[in-house]
Ligand binder design. Structure first.
Ligand SMILES: [Zn+2]
Ligand SMILES: [Zn+2]
Length: 368
């Protein structure tokens, strides 16, 4: 029998503990909607930034934008997923976290749908006070809107692989589309959180010859080595920026890397990263999703080194499709599953966020 209410973890005030509230279950589904029973919800670094108040969102919000669950009810007309695979009650699914309008300047004319003027993301841009309330993954149930890009997960793919890869992998798939790795490239990855590990896996899979990661703490550097890093530089053991640069130059023939990928999220990593590129190299900035503040830099570096600087924001359904195929078909699926080091019940959500904030986990998840 279907539950009468769904619990959900709600961000009501920045930097305060989340509240577990109950919301009524939808009485009836509109055409194209579906109700999903959440099995696992990833805690993304962005959730910590949202909690800290570094992005404007319409509080109160049910957090959670990387989620796996089972189809509980299907609205009229919803009978296949984004790939055309038939959908039935009980299927295990995941979905793209945002829906775009398809009509605005960026959707239609400039083909930059991630910058859609009316983009809405589950777990981020829906106020929990507004019916039908259940629009975030930290909950027993989530109600998906008509037009959501749903992906039926194949039997045998681990839930942990999908949530462990999370929005970090889809973010990296989009980023590398904008700044590709060429066969034989040297690549530096700044940051060893989920985005850094995802970028590392994709760089290795794309034919990078030498990959150097820079990050902390040690348990994440060890994971980076498992993911295929040739060198792992600890910012704790080597706190001096110029010393880290010497180490990178030493491993790249004295030139710097062909591609440097920023996955750390700290503003100070950006001027450091520009100096780690070879002349004519590319700097892909993925990690500054939240507004973490300003930093002093010398723009002379960009001109003198003839740098190509590339930004990339979020992802489209086709990047989710590519990310899922990647974890289904390569050994990295198992590695992403091994990233899930911490599990929390819904009522321990604030402890889960604190665990992620302090970098104690590789990947923490909510199992409601
Ligand atoms: Zn995320
Ligand atoms: Zn749009």
């Amino acid at each position: 029998m279907l539950a009468q209410a769904s619990r959900a973890a709600v961000l009501t005030a920045y930097q305060e503990p989340l509240q577990v509230r109950e919301y009524p279950m939808p009485a009836e589904l509109s055409p194209g909607e579906c109700l999903v029973r959440v099995e696992m919800a990833g805690i993304c670094g962005t959730d910590v930034h949202l909690w800290l108040g570094q992005l404007p969102i319409p509080l109160p919000v049910i957090l959670g934008h990387e989620t796996v669950g089972r189809l509980e009810r299907l609205g009229a007309g919803l009978n296949q997923d984004w790939r055309g695979t038939p959908l039935s009650i009980g299927d295990q699914i995941t979905w793209a976290s945002s829906i775009v309008c398809g009509e605005c300047f960026y959707c239609r004319i400039k083909r930059q749908p991630t910058r859609c003027l009316f983009r809405k993301a589950y777990g981020i841009s829906y106020c929990a006070d507004d019916a039908p309330h259940l629009r975030g993954g930290y909950a027993d149930y989530i109600l998906l809107r008509k037009g959501s890009a749903i992906f039926r997960l194949p039997d045998g793919l681990k839930t942990e692989s999908v949530v462990g890869a999370g929005c970090a992998l889809t973010t990296a798939v989009h980023g590398f589309e904008r700044a590709p790795v060429n066969f034989g490239d040297s690549v530096v990855i700044q940051g060893t959180g989920p985005v850094g590990l995802a970028a590392l896996a994709l760089a290795r899979h794309s034919g990078a010859e030498r990959i150097i990661v820079i990050g902390a703490p040690d348990h994440r550097l060890a994971l980076a080595r498992k993911f295929g890093a040739d060198e792992a530089i600890s910012i704790e053991a080597v706190p001096d920026v110029s010393h880290r640069r010497e180490l990178v130059l030493d491993k790249t023939g004295g030139y710097g890397a062909d591609l440097v990928v920023e996955c750390a999220g700290y503003p100070a990593t950006v001027p450091e990263g520009m100096e780690l590129c070879r002349d004519g190299g590319t700097y892909l900035v993925l990690g500054q999703y939240a507004n973490a503040g300003n930093v002093e830099m010398n723009p002379h570096t960009i001109t003198r080194k003839q740098l190509k600087i590339v930004g990339s924001w979020a992802f489209e359904p086709r990047h989710v499709d590519g990310a899922l195929r990647f974890i289904e078909r390569t050994q990295w699926g198992e590695l992403f599953a091994s990233e899930v080091t911490h599990r929390f019940p819904l009522q321990a959500v604030s402890e889960a966020l604190e665990t992620v904030r302090q970098h104690r986990s590789a990947k923490a998840v909510i199992v409601p």
